[in-house]
Write a protein that binds this ligand. Structure first.
Ligand SMILES: Cc1cc2nc3c(=O)[nH]c(=O)nc-3n(C[C@H](O)[C@H](O)[C@H](O)COP(=O)(O)OP(=O)(O)OC[C@H]3O[C@@H](n4cnc5c(N)ncnc54)[C@H](O)[C@@H]3O)c2cc1C
Length: 861
């Protein structure tokens, strides 16, 4: 029997704080025979000045030092408080995988593995990298669907990934009980690495390229100076840095506190166990692939002639180390372990024994229970931090071993070139804000840990920690009427319940219970009038004598005239799309800037940085939390609103893209005639505390017109039919505005030398290689979501960016990037959805004309 017997554990000491000491590197973690890395000597040198100071010598900090120094940065200094790897890195199981359910992180995994494959040769330090491949096991039909969903999202990436049949799985993993196995998702090249040796090899490389790695050198205080530099204090001396990077692992919160920030991080306990030699394992001719039993929620890999098994407990059972958040990490804690608790993982042990029966006769020789830092969504926080100049973070790594190599490269490229090398918005540290309380962080960390292996559906919602304090003024009014989505702390209606319909949250890879209600909301807006809560928008007020100059420098579009609004893009120096905002010129030199909820602090940081760099005399205020926003859209929108205001809302008096301050039902609003639905509509910006009264007044006034609510799912269907691009999907740091079809908004001939202008001119002169197109396709019961593979003549040639069912033509509709030679209207391609390639055709966009265009054409007739 798989005996978790205390006597069989190696004699690890108990610390008085209830933590176990692990003074020696756990030798049983894979390292090939003879692969001993001598400890690296500590530096005796000191520097007074540094270009970049990295705080923390775990795998992440050291990888960044390696990449910066290798790329040629002089004066890279890494300060480590005790010794390299003396944090989570010390304990990690070292699993490495190409698999990631998201999109951009696949690139990070890829870059890490490619680096780890060559590091030993480059640095002369062994890294103990094993690549037997890995198999994720499906034992339910919905898992098989998930694998198919993941295959189409991987097809256009460099990563190799296959769905394999049970026979193949059995051949690769002969010790598996195949009773319940339906399929496997196989990634060749996956495996595990020795985290200690990896870090030491990166350190050797960093030193070789000129970085100074200094330890022990605990950073005790950080002071920002008016010129943007930092004074960094350690007991060994102080130094001045042009930029600092917090890479302090589970101490990152404490480093943040030195400068008044509360990073939303929390340590959780993670256990894995190692068995003694198992005869059946010993008899194998080749190393077993790493196994991930998703229903059993554990990973399992070969460790010498035994097995290493690591479970993820449910959110109820897992343990958050919350005392470290309230009282800090106990002094002296570094390589120590928590007390093991095998009862907590028994149900996973049983599942593993059923799946891999040889475990029943194995002995446990070691249990590791170490701290992993969790952010609320378990993704790390990587990049510059809004509100603090030249402060960068690389923190919150739940899977830092597989992320370290790629993130080090990504961050080093960003630091050196002034823009991210590719889109990785999901790691933006600025996705969190003041609303991310400790209570929220803990609830989310529990959920994220417990959900490590749950099925990842499209349009997934997670409910722990909600609502936050950041709800809109309409939350109470709408909460029981709709299915809410979570957007940067806000709750926003996704779709509204209809009488006698299933109101539950039922995510699916296929059309599900919200398909019909969303269709009703679509019709509501196209035929009558609908109201939507848009309060989560990010909102900034910009004024001051240089405001126009600043915005002219930041935006590729012209500055709108006073009283008007336009859509403008901030580009990167390389001419890619950093952000899309709605710019309203409210009074001479005073602007209201609106952005999506997901990009509030991301955009604000960029604007603030440009203002400081250029020395512009402006005042920038984030007014996101002060204002609520209601959208009113549909052919009867004017009729309804006109009942509530003396302001003339007629076509001639209040034109498309005009903005005015007025009163609606006596409530002061800034009204912009714009709607992301493409229908006649206004967005009404008002004090957040007035939201409910404004909403009630509009709903009452619109009874005769048949007014009703609509949510963001219907809005998505409406905007896709109008061919409106969405930031983050059709445009991001991976795309330039020309290939995204945004020429109309980019004024290359405007006098101002806006950021990205020169690069864009060159892109234009060279010609485009790919283009965004609109596709329609007839499917069975599934619609494109975005990130699916596009096929042509048996090859993947592109990817969708977003998609929906089109309620007007009753087919699926998607945006996709395809090679320029396949981008003509009428071109036929295929879109892969759930394992099937559906014929698709490129259409003339938009599928449905916007209301202003329809109006204009009607007048001409
Ligand atoms: C049991 C267990 C199993 C795991 N298994 C895996 C796995 O299989 N695959 C995987 O990808 N990940 C795994 N992880 C997660 C992985 O270990 C971490 O994500 C990763 O090590 C984090 O690295 P880091 O460099 O961010 O932090 P750390 O390794 O914690 O390093 C932070 C460093 O900062 C230093 N520091 C802190 N404060 C200061 C200061 N004020 N001044 C100077 N220095 C400071 C610390 O001394 C420490 O050395 C596992 C973790 C555990 C505990």
């Amino acid at each position: 029997m798989f005996r978790p017997s205390a006597q069989r554990l190696r004699g690890l000491q108990l610390l008085s704080c209830g933590l176990r000491d692990s003074p020696g590197r756990p030798r049983w973690v894979s390292r090939r025979e003879g692969e001993e890395n001598p400890p690296l000597p500590t530096e005796t040198k000191w520097k007074d000045r540094a270009e970049t100071v990295i705080i923390g010598g775990g795998c992440v900090g050291v990888s960044l030092a390696y990449h910066l120094a290798k790329a040629g940065m002089k004066d890279v200094v890494l300060l480590e408080k005790s010794e390299l790897t003396a944090g989570s890195t010390w304990h990690a199981a070292g699993l490495t995988t190409y698999f990631h359910p998201g999109i951009n992180l696949k690139k990070i995994h890829y870059d890490s593995i490619k680096l780890y494959e060559t590091l030993e040769e480059e640095t002369g330090q062994a890294v103990g990298f094993h690549q037997p491949g890995s198999i994720r096991i499906a034992t339910t039909p919905v898992r098989v669907d998930e694998f198919k969903y993941q295959m189409t999202r991987t097809g256009w990436h460099a990563t190799e990934q296959y769905i394999i049949e049970p026979e193949k799985i059995q051949e690769m993993f002969p010790l598996l009980n195949m009773n319940k196995v339906l399929a496997g998702l196989y990634n060749p090249g996956d495996g595990h690495i020795d985290p200690y040796s990896l870090t030491m090899a990166l350190a050797a490389g960093a030193r070789k390229y000129g970085a100074l790695l200094k330890y022990p050198a605990p950073v005790t205080s950080l002071t920002s100076r008016s010129d943007g530099t930092w004074d960094v204090e350690t007991p060994q001396g102080s130094l001045r840095a042009n930029r600092i990077v917090n890479a302090a692992g589970f101490w990152a919160r404490e480093v943040g506190q030195m400068i008044g920030l509360e990073h939303p991080l929390i340590p959780v306990q993670h256990q894995y166990v190692v068995t003694s030699s198992i005869p059946e394992v010993k008899a194998l001719k080749r190393e077993l692939p790493v196994l991930r039993d998703l229903e059993g929620s554990y990973y399992l890999r070969q460790e010498r002639d035994g097995l290493l098994f690591g479970p993820y407990e449910s959110q109820e059972k897992m343990k958050v180390q919350d005392s470290w958040v309230t009282s800090g990490v106990p002094p002296g804690f570094g390589k120590e372990l928590f007390e093991s608790d095998l009862d907590r993982i028994m149900e996973h042990v049983e599942a593993a024994m059923e799946m891999v029966p040889v475990l029943k006769t194995a002995d446990i020789i070691n249990v590791v229970n170490g701290p992993i830092t969790y952010s609320p969504d378990i993704l790390p926080m990587v990049g510059p931090h809004q509100g603090v100049r030249n402060y960068w973070v690389a923190i919150g790594f739940g899977y830092g071993i597989i992320h370290a190599g790629g993130v080090g490269k990504y961050l080093s490229d960003w630091i050196l070139h002034g823009e991210p090398p590719f889109d990785l918005i999901e790691l933006d540290p600025n996705r969190y804000g003041k609303w991310t309380t400790t209570q929220y962080t803990e609830a989310k960390a529990r959920e994220s840990y417990g959900f490590n292996n749950i099925v990842g559906y499209p349009k997934e919602e997670r409910f722990a920690g909600r609502p936050t304090q950041r709800v809109s003024g309409l939350y109470k009014t709408l909460e029981s009427k709709c299915s809410m989505g979570f957007h940067a702390g806000w709750e926003q209606p996704h779709w509204f319940y209809k009488p006698d319909q299933d109101n539950q949250y039922r995510p699916s890879f296929r059309r599900t219970n919200w398909f019909e209600p969303v269709g009703c909301e679509y019709k509501q807006v196209m035929q009558r009038v609908g109201v939507i809560d848009l309060s989560p928008f990010g909102k900034f007020n910009i004024k001051g004598q240089d405001s126009i100059r600043l915005l002219d420098h930041l935006f590729a579009n012209v500055i709108p005239k006073v009283g008007f609004t336009n859509i403008s893009h901030m580009l990167t120096p390389k001419g890619r799309v950093y952000a899309e905002l709605t710019v309203s010129h409210q009074s001479p030199g005073e602007f209201l800037l609106i952005t999506g909820s997901g990009s509030e602090l991301h955009d604000l940081r960029w604007i603030e940085e440009a203002a400081v760099k250029g020395g512009y005399d402006v005042e920038i205020k984030n007014i996101t939390d002060e204002l609520g926003v209601l959208g009113v859209a549909g052919p009867r929108a004017r009729k309804v609103l006109q009942k509530l205001t003396p302001e003339d809302l007629s076509e001639d008096a209040f034109k498309f893209l005009q903005t005015k301050t007025l009163k609606v039902s006596n409530i002061p609003v800034t009204a912009i005639r714009i709607s992301y639905t493409g229908e006649l509509g206004w967005e009404l910006y008002h004090r957040r505390e007035d939201s409910a009264a404004l909403y009630d007044a509009i709903m009452n006034a619109g009874q005769e017109e048949g007014i009703d609510n609509f949510g963001t799912y219907a809005m998505n269907a409406l905007r896709l039919e109008k061919a409106f691009r969405a930031w983050g999907s059709e445009m991001n740091c991976d795309t330039n505005p020309l290939e995204a079809g945004l020429e109309y908004f980019v004024k290359l001939n405007k006098p101002a030398d806006f950021i990205g202008k020169q690069a864009l001119k060159q892109i234009k002169a060279k010609g485009l290689k790919r283009r965004l197109v609109c596709l329609t396709l007839a499917t069975d019961d599934v619609d494109p979501e975005g990130n699916e593979s596009i096929w042509y003549h048996g090859k993947v040639v592109g990817n969708t960016t977003s998609g929906s069912y089109s309620y007007s033509i009753q087919k699926s509709l998607a945006f996709a990037y395809v090679p320029i030679e396949l981008s003509e209207v009428g071109q036929e391609v295929e879109v892969e959805l759930l394992g099937k390639n559906y014929p698709a055709v490129i259409i003339q966009e938009p599928l449905v004309l916007t209301e202003p265009t329809r109006n204009r054409l009607q007048k001409k007739r």
